[in-house]
Design a protein around this ligand. Sequence first.
Ligand code: FES
Length: 109
Amino acid sequence: MTRMLRVELSWPEQNTVHVGDDLYFVLAREGTVHLIASTCAHRGGPLHLGEVQEGRLRCPWHGNSFKVDRLCVRGASVVQRGSQVIAYVPAKESAQDEPVVAHALVLAR
Ligand code: FES
């Protein structure tokens, strides 16, 4: 069973979060926020620096694009209470109950 870590951030002041070496970013769609892993499935490019066009998020490294709806469905489970976002992301085997650091960075737009 995959252990999950609880992540809290204040949207939109914080729009990315590091969990160990993994980066997640918030993508807001139709009034709902989603926490998406930023690592591109192709070669690990930074999806949070990509651009959304016509419902697809384009990776800035090689230009592959991914359906935003699909990314959102595969994203972390999220509960949103006003500006507070609580999400549950998978913890790696080696992860302790390490603190999770939230940041305001660049957001896929
Ligand atoms: S790393 Fe994203 S398209 Fe290649």
